[in-house]
Design a protein around this ligand. Structure first.
Ligand code: PLP
Length: 414
């Protein structure tokens, strides 16, 4: 029976996905059936440390009881009204969100890409109605190796050939410049008078955890102010404690004009995303100009409030910073012992190691296979880079056990 999932092996589940699902991912051959905190279990009962956290969506740990309870209670009460009517959770959620992050207004959406699309639309409308740029002439600056999601507009300004190829015609109105190069951005501002915004990841996660120089984001904020353009921070992966600050831009003590959140905003329990901005920007959005059937639904709103409370109450941001420092220390010690790893970089618990093997781009993949055998799940990103991003509920002892697994695996591999 197709519905009897209990007794199938990992291989059978993988075969089912291969046969009946579109092949738009290339997963590690592990079939997970349970998660709790920093751990996940496969269908054979093998336990792993999760070192991806669903691309930083599960900062609060798998199946956090407070988030699950919020989900259960609200699911039994009211799940969806659409925005044709008010509901008694959205207002409290919007108040909580705006106070939590220090903005006047929030626009609730569901997935990350939708929130990025929303920010692009707000930015363009602001450019025409507030900045006075001629309609359809507004440009948004984006960066080489960016990742902002998978919609047609967003992939139009991707640098990844797989993400772009044969999906055209592409959306116009984006100028791509080098990341972490303030002069390049300055030049673009000097050449173009119709720039309405700058859209950036404070750390480029998908590109391999590329951390810009200290002060770079503050300089972007300054250039945006001087040139009357909106500074838009895509904090979908870096936000909500992951990097050891509530938002990664906080390291540079700069406040963007718009912040985009997703992923850990729900702790992985439900798709919830949002765009935050102050009144003078958000007021360009009026009834009928934007929307989403599920955006701002009471179920997602309740889950998001619980997810944000967990971050604060369990001091997960502070924990990410402390454990991140220890993780990079351990990796630096490992680098002294082997030539196979040449670099560790990151902030808080968003880190990556670079594998020193230019001949064989499958080395990182093979290391991840070995790590999985040894009870730790991580995934290569962009060839020979392995991202390490465990849930932020990890203890110091667990972190060191994980570092032992990584060290042992890599030293055996070398
Ligand atoms: C994951 C991610 C997105 C896209 O979010 P989805 O929920 O997958 O649409 C956008 N920007 C960044 C920085 C991300 O990491």
């Amino acid at each position: 029976m197709a519905t009897d999932t209990k007794k199938k092996s990992s291989k059978e589940f993988i075969d089912l996905e291969n046969q009946h699902g579109a092949h738009n991912y290339h997963p590690l051959p592990v079939v997970l059936s349970k998660g709790e905190g920093v751990y996940v279990w496969d269908v054979e009962g093998k336990k792993y440390y999760d070192f991806l956290s669903a691309y930083s969506a599960v900062n609060q740990g798998h199946c956090h009881p407070r988030i699950v309870n919020a989900l259960k209670e609200q699911a039994e009460t009211l799940t969806l009204t659409s925005r044709a009517f008010y509901n008694d959770v959205l207002g409290p959620y919007e108040q909580y969100m705006t106070e939590y992050f220090g903005f006047d207004k929030v626009l609730p959406m569901n997935t990350g890409a939708e929130a990025v699309e929303t920010a692009i639309k707000i930015c363009r409308k602001w450019g025409y109605e507030k900045k006075g740029v001629e309609e359809n002439k507004g440009q948004i600056v984006v960066f080489d190796q960016n990742f902002h999601g998978r919609t047609t507009t967003i992939i139009s300004f991707s640098s990844d050939p797989d993400a772009r190829k044969n999906f055209g015609p592409y959306t116009h109105g984006f100028i791509k410049v080098a990341y972490n190069d303030i002069e390049a951005l300055n030049e673009v501002f000097e050449e173009h008078s119709n720039i309405v915004g700058v859209l950036i990841e404070p750390i480029q996660g998908e590109a391999g955890v590329m951390v810009p120089n200290d002060g770079y984001l503050a300089q972007i904020g300054k250039l945006c102010k001087q040139n009357n353009a909106l500074f838009i921070a895509d904090e979908i992966q870096t936000g909500i404690g992951r990097t050891g600050e509530l938002l990664a831009v906080n390291y540079d003590q700069v406040k963007p004009d718009m912040v985009i959140l997703g992923k850990a905003l729900s702790g992985g329990a439900y798709p919830v995303s949002a765009v935050l901005a102050d009144n003078h920007i958000m007021e360009v959005i009026t009834p009928g100009t934007h929307g989403s059937t599920f955006g701002g639904n009471p179920l997602g709103a309740k889950v998001a409030m619980a997810a944000l409370e967990v971050i604060k109450d369990e001091k997960l941001t502070e924990n990410a910073r402390k454990l991140g420092d220890q993780f990079r220390e351990r990796m630096k010690k490992l680098i002294e012992k082997t030539d196979l790893v040449c670099l560790v970089r990151g902030k808080g618990l968003l880190n990556a190691i670079v594998i020193n093997d230019h001949q064989d781009s499958s080395t990182a993949w093979n290391i991840c296979m070995k790590l999985s055998e040894n009870g730790l799940l991580a995934k290569p990103t962009h060839g020979n880079i392995i991202r390490f991003a465990p849930p932020l509920v990890m203890t110091e002892e667990q972190l060191h056990e994980c570092c032992d697994i990584i060290e042992k695996t890599i030293l055996e591999f070398a």
